[in-house]
Design a protein around this ligand. Structure first.
Ligand code: KE4
Length: 445
């Protein structure tokens, strides 16, 4: 098992930093070597040693229709015959932009990019230009791509001037990013009391996925909307992960909040590289060439990528898609909680729609769980509580599930995803496999 993957990993590390083209893929958070994938089909992926897995990463969210969806593949084959890229406007990118504006009422105009990172970088530049203010607010545990202003961690305390979260990020730039606590409006109020008139925007994952899945507490997003409006700052919803995932209109449809700018990615490319940033017309009209704020991209709006995106969104518009995703994800969540409780394994689960995380947190104490969706573990509502997770336990769980043919996100602090290709049988098989893993833990303890 994993023989060819291990050989490829050795080879990859000679020519690619860490042997991977994105750090989380290296399995450093869970131990062991990454498996190299040879193919995917519906809810399954197959590694280079021929082992089959039920896939809950779905390329980190884009493949909400599963691997090799027949209509997406047919559309790609069709456009491939006409060419791959022109560096000139095409009808398809207008169609994708129209679909996005139709799905998100807060998006009156949208610019397509090649990744989520490009989109959030551009959205920050645009917000700074529009407000003529230099500072940004982000949240601990939220990730918005690898743009310099966003690779920043909290300073001495929360809502203090930021410090670089990676070598190479200039301290002078990091100081312009304030880091507050997710689900903690007072920390945002403090930031605005101290720096309000200098804050261009607040950027937030409306449902956090990058500390594991953490939903907004009631009133949190509404509070951000009010604070930013009152201060003349912009509210940026980073919906790269949640856009078209939580609902056809993303988190803003689910929670009924309109942001000034929205960033998108992942699903809108249907598995090919597409990102986007969009929002109010008066803001977006500042973007070159209409306005002075520069943003560009050789392959932005690429015909292949937008075709995969258009086909995906048109399928997602069909009635019932999100209800099915919700119901299957709920079955998985309840099943995992039930078998963990039965096996006396302390976990807590966070889920919004078909995006979820099983946190291996210490026992919460107090009375035993009462609700079927309540595990024994401490709740996770922000980065501080997420950090209580017993990551070694998650690592063992990940490796044993992998051995048994279930491919989870290789980090406790990531979200897992379901696709429309995941069947009821897949869900039951996953629960059964987890039950075997927990039973093994019981025998060992
Ligand atoms: P990309 O540049 O990776 O397309 O998008 C960056 C980004 C922006 N905003 C949010 C909310 C995101 O989740 C992401 C990227 N998500 C990660 C998963 N945690 C991508 C996986 C990876 O980095 O390899």
């Amino acid at each position: 098992m994993f023989k060819k993957s291990n050989q490829l990993f050795e080879r990859a590390q000679q020519v690619i930093p860490g042997g991977v083209n994105s750090p989380v893929r290296a399995f450093k958070a869970v131990g062991g070597n990454p498996v190299f994938i040879a193919s995917g089909k519906e809810s399954r992926i197959y590694d280079v040693d021929g082992k089959e897995y039920i896939d809950y990463v779905c390329s980190w969210g884009p493949l909400i229709l599963g691997h090799c969806h027949p209509e997406v593949m047919k559309a790609l084959r069709g456009v491939l015959e006409t060419g791959t890229s022109y560096g000139a406007p095409t009808e398809r990118e207008v169609e994708l932009a129209e679909l996005i504006c139709e799905a998100f009422p807060s998006i009156e105009k949208v610019r397509l990019t090649n990744s989520g990172t490009e989109s959030t970088m551009a959205a920050l530049r645009l917000a700074r230009a529009f407000t003529e203010r230099p500072m940004i607010v982000k949240f601990e545990g939220c990730y918005h791509g690898h743009g310099d202003s966003l690779l920043v961690k909290a300073g001495s305390g929360v809502a203090t001037l930021g410090l670089p979260d990676s070598p190479g990020v200039p301290a002078d730039l990091a100081r312009l990013t304030l880091t507050c606590r997710f689900n903690d409006l007072p920390s945002v109020q403090r930031a605005f009391e101290q720096h309000g008139e200098r804050i261009a925007a607040v950027i937030v994952e409306p449902v956090a996925g990058n500390m594991g899945c953490v939903p907004p507490q009631p009133g949190f997003l509404e509070g951000l909307r009010k604070i930013t409006t009152d201060a003349g700052s912009l509210l940026i919803f980073d919906e790269v992960m949640t856009g078209f995932r939580l609902a056809y209109g993303g988190a803003q449809q689910r929670y009924g909040i309109k942001s000034d700018l929205t960033t998108l990615g992942k699903i809108i490319g249907g598995g090919l590289p597409v990102g986007a940033f969009g929002g109010r017309k008066d803001i977006m009209d500042r973007v070159a060439p209409h306005g002075p704020v520069y943003q560009a991209g050789t392959l932005s709006g690429n015909p292949l990528a937008v075709t995969a995106g258009i086909t995906t969104l048109k399928i997602l518009r069909q009635p019932g898609i999100y209800d099915t995703l919700e119901s299957r994800a709920r079955t998985l969540e309840l099943g995992m909680i039930q078998i963990a409780n039965e096996a006396n394994v302390s976990v807590t689960a966070n889920r919004v729609g078909s995006m979820f995380t099983l946190f291996f947190t210490p026992r919460a104490g107090g009375s035993p769980p009462k609700r079927p969706d309540q595990g024994m573990g401490m709740l996770v509502t922000d980065w501080q509580s997420a950090k209580h997770s017993q990551v070694e336990k998650f690592g063992s769980f990940f490796r044993e599930m992998l051995q048994k043919g279930v491919y989870l996100a290789p980090s406790q602090f990531e979200a897992g995803f379901l696709s429309t290709a995941h069947s009821d049988a897949d869900i039951q098989e996953t629960i059964h496999v987890a039950q075997q893993v927990f039973a093994g833990w019981g025998r060992r303890n």
